[in-house]
Every structure is written in C-alpha cells, then in structure tokens.
Design a protein around this ligand. Structure first.
Ligand SMILES: *[C@@H]1O[C@H](CO)[C@@H](O)[C@H](O)[C@H]1NC(C)=O
Ligand SMILES: *[C@@H]1O[C@H](CO)[C@@H](O)[C@H](O)[C@H]1NC(C)=O
Ligand SMILES: *[C@@H]1O[C@H](CO)[C@@H](O)[C@H](O)[C@H]1NC(C)=O
Ligand SMILES: *[C@@H]1O[C@H](CO)[C@@H](O)[C@H](O)[C@H]1NC(C)=O
Ligand SMILES: *[C@@H]1O[C@H](CO)[C@@H](O)[C@H](O)[C@H]1NC(C)=O
Ligand SMILES: *[C@@H]1O[C@H](CO)[C@@H](O)[C@H](O)[C@H]1NC(C)=O
Ligand SMILES: *[C@@H]1O[C@H](CO)[C@@H](O)[C@H](O)[C@H]1NC(C)=O
Ligand SMILES: *[C@@H]1O[C@H](CO)[C@@H](O)[C@H](O)[C@H]1NC(C)=O
Ligand SMILES: *[C@@H]1O[C@H](CO)[C@@H](O)[C@H](O)[C@H]1NC(C)=O
Length: 339
C-alpha cells in the first residue's frame, strides 16, 4: 500500500469519527467573569497566532464582550475551543493557559505548533475531562506528566497519517504508562502515534486500565499482534479502528459479543484465518472495513433482518463472492449499502 492510499483511508476514518465537542462558543454577559477575562487576555497575548486566519482569539476583547470558543459555568472558564486558530507557539512559556483551574475541556486541534513538544504543564489542569490535541503540529515524546490527567473521558492525540511527517511517540514507555490511571476514559484516539509494544501488551494495558472504553482508535500506531482475549472485557466498545497495524492475527469471535459495536475498521492488518460471520449479526453494526488482508477468508452469511450496515469493504481479502444468494439479500436488505 502506498502513502496516498493510506492517507486517503485515514481521511475516511477521520470523517466517520467526528464527535461533537464539549466546548461550544458562548458569549453570555457573565461569561467569563472579570478575573477570568484578564487571564484569557493574558493567554491571548502570549500565544503566537495568525490574526488573518484566526476567527476566535482575534475577537477576544474586554470591551466588546466577544469570547468565542469560551464556555463558562458560573462565570468560570470550563471549556476552551482554540481549534483551527493557526496558533504556532507561545504555549510552552505561557503559564496563563495552565491557570484556569476549572477547565474541563481543551481543544487545540488543527493548529500549527511547528513541531514543538506537548507542554507538560497541561498536566496541571487536573479537572480536564476532554483533551483534544489532534493534528496540532506537536512533535516527539508525549510527556509522562499527561498520565496525571486521571479524569479524562476523551483523549485525542491523533493525526492524519503522512509518510514523511515527524510524529508523536511514547518513547520507551508502554501504553500502560500513559493510560494506566485514566479509569474514566471512554474515547481514545491515538491514530498515527507510534506506540511500540511487545506483542499484545497493548491489549492488556487497555483491558486493565480503561474498563469504560467505547471508542478505540489506534490506526497506524505500529502495534503488533495478535489481538489478545483480554480485550474481551471491553464489552462496551462501539468503535474499533486498528487499520495499518501488523497484527498478524485472526479476528476474535468475541467481537460478536460487543452488542453496541458500530464500526470495525481493520484495513491492512495482516489478518488471517476465517472472519467470524457471527459479527455480522450485531444489530448496531454500521461499518465493516477489512480490505487489504489478503489471507483473510470468509463468506457472506445470512444478514439480520433489521441490521444497520452501511459500509462493507472486502476488497483484497479472500472472502468468497460465490454466494450469490447472500449478495442478493445484502442488496435488498441494505439498499443504501456501498461496498
Ligand atoms: C478534535 O477536534 C477536531 C477539530 O475540532 C474535531 O474534528 C475532532 O472530532 C475532535 N476530536 C474529538 C475526539 O472530539
Ligand atoms: C518553526 O520552527 C522553525 C525551526 O525551529 C523556525 O525556523 C520557524 O521560524 C518556525 N515557524 C514559525 C511559524 O514559528
Ligand atoms: C504545574 O504545577 C506544578 C506544581 O504545582 C508547578 O510547580 C508548575 O510550575 C506548574 N506548571 C505550570 C506550567 O504551570
Ligand atoms: C509497562 O512498563 C512498566 C514500567 O515501565 C512495567 O512495570 C509494566 O509492567 C509495563 N506494562 C506492561 C503491560 O507491559
Ligand atoms: C457499559 O454500558 C452500560 C450501558 O450504558 C453501562 O450500564 C455499564 O456500566 C457500562 N460498563 C462499563 C464497564 O462501563
Ligand atoms: C508482520 O508480523 C509478522 C509476525 O511478527 C511478520 O512475520 C511479518 O513479516 C510482518 N509483516 C510485515 C509486512 O511487516
Ligand atoms: C458470547 O456470548 C454468548 C452468549 O451470550 C456466550 O455463550 C459466549 O460464551 C460468549 N463468547 C465469548 C467469547 O465471550
Ligand atoms: C450462502 O448464503 C446462504 C444464505 O445467506 C447461507 O445460508 C449459506 O450458509 C451460504 N453458504 C455458503 C457456503 O457460504
Ligand atoms: C428488529 O429491531 C427491533 C428493535 O429495533 C427488535 O426489537 C427486534 O427484535 C429486531 N428483529 C429481529 C428479527 O432481530
């Protein structure tokens, strides 16, 4: 697979994994209260951003009462959405970002941090429940301090994958060292972050650390396999995206027991053996992408009467296409299906 296909795939993956942000713009009169305004203006002054491309920061002004991207509770800043603001620096030295101690949601996605490191001061935001640093231009090691954010529900450090771009990595630490204490985590996006692991220790790390996990998105993370039975305990998983990892594994039958499963994306994973057809019986299942697993076999079974399937991609697998009856019933049961 060449780079352009891979980036196209990831783009696809990103378009289907858009989740609503907790931080929404608010401009009500008492938001933020006077003390917090000074803090925000201090933050604005310390950040380096392109005023022509900024649509939120550029408007922050004590006199005009426009605090786009800021969410408050009782006048206190609880959410900051500074995504897509062309911020290129000034965050490392600025302590003003790390002082709104009530902050629960921080979004710095799609900025241009110019290959600087993720500031370890983020770990001081002890109430943070949602942290989004996706495609923000951060580089090198993910600071060990981030593991102190034990209230996180959503952690997004993902990026669109390009072959030649510098990347984030966990350095010599394992996945447990990052998420080990994040018991509340429900959504984990690490796509494109290099997480070198020994065998399937990443499965053990997930199952022992994040029992409430619903979204597991770790495409192109250099994970190795096989997929370990310990993952079975994460029965609330609704999204499993592990494309572009060499798992050299069979697809576990227990995925069929995940009754909320919506997305199963395992493109180019070195999968082998028979795809468990029971998985197709999960009523909530919408997206199944298995392409580029040349050794993966299977057949199209009887599909559930009122299933939710929308996307089924089996190209470059060894799935049997001889079963015309199931192909036909696929097309009449799921008229909107694209495959
Ligand atoms: C992170 O922010 C970006 C840009 O706003 C958004 O597209 C993405 O869905 C967010 N991630 C999560 C997990 O909400
Ligand atoms: C990005 O970093 C490089 C090297 O450190 C520097 O030369 C360049 O001016 C920086 N660009 C911006 C927009 O800050
Ligand atoms: C984070 O908190 C520690 C200990 O409370 C403090 O020493 C440090 O200066 C803080 N870092 C930032 C960037 O605010
Ligand atoms: C992760 O690394 C720590 C030490 O760095 C070690 O104690 C722990 O057993 C490792 N976890 C796994 C699942 O390998
Ligand atoms: C799984 O989801 C159900 C229903 O939302 C919930 O009752 C249960 O507590 C969840 N399990 C875990 C381990 O979070
Ligand atoms: C995938 O992993 C298997 C087992 O570790 C190895 O034999 C194989 O060469 C790897 N394939 C690729 C494309 O790296
Ligand atoms: C899946 O669920 C079925 C019935 O609910 C049960 O018999 C089976 O043992 C479960 N399989 C696994 C692998 O947990
Ligand atoms: C072919 O499809 C039918 C109906 O969906 C199913 O009952 C049968 O098991 C399938 N046969 C094979 C060999 O795949
Ligand atoms: C179809 O879905 C409904 C609820 O959405 C469920 O009650 C019913 O059992 C399903 N029918 C079949 C045949 O699975």
């Amino acid at each position: 697979m060449n780079g352009s296909i891979i980036s196209w795939l990831l783009l696809e993956i990103f378009t289907i994994s858009i989740f609503s942000d907790a931080a929404t713009a608010s401009t009500s009169a008492q938001c933020p209260c006077v003390d917090q305004r000074s803090l925000l203006l201090e933050l604005k002054n310390s950040l380096i951003f392109d005023t022509f491309k900024s649509s939120k920061l550029v408007l922050w002004d004590r006199s005009t009462d426009s605090w786009s991207g800021v969410t408050c509770e009782d006048g206190l800043v609880v959410g900051l959405d500074l995504s897509k603001e062309s911020i290129s620096g000034g965050i490392e030295d600025s302590s003003s970002l790390f002082r709104p101690e009530f902050l629960q949601s921080l979004n710095l996605a799609f900025n241009d941090f110019n290959y600087t490191a993720i500031p370890s001061g983020l770990a001081n935001l002890s109430r943070l429940a949602h942290l989004n640093l996706s495609n923000a231009g951060f580089f090198t090691h993910i600071p060990a301090e981030l593991s102190r954010l034990t209230k996180l529900c959503t952690l997004d450090l993902s990026r669109v994958y390009y072959d030649d771009e510098p990347v984030l990595n966990l350095e010599k630490r394992n996945l447990s060292s990052l998420i080990g204490d994040m018991r509340e985590l429900r959504e984990l996006y690490l796509d494109g972050v290099i997480v070198f692991t020994k065998g399937s220790e990443w499965c053990d790390a997930l199952s022992s650390s994040v029992p409430k996990l619903e979204v597991l998105s770790m495409s192109f993370c250099s994970l190795s396999g096989p997929i370990n039975p310990s993952l079975m305990s994460l029965a609330n998983l609704s999204v499993i995206q592990l494309s572009g990892n060499n798992l050299s594994s069979t697809v576990p039958r227990f995925f069929a027991n995940f009754s909320s499963l919506k997305t199963l994306s395992l493109v180019d994973c070195g999968l082998q053996g028979e795809f468990p057809h029971e998985i197709f019986q999960v009523q909530t299942l919408q997206i199944v992408e298995l392409s580029f697993n040349e050794l993966l076999q299977g057949f199209l079974p009887e599909f559930p009467e009122n299933g939710s399937l929308k996307t089924l991609v089996l190209s470059h697998t060894s799935h049997s296409v001889e079963n015309r009856t199931s192909e036909l019933q696929l097309s009449w049961k799921y008229p909107k299906l694209f495959h």
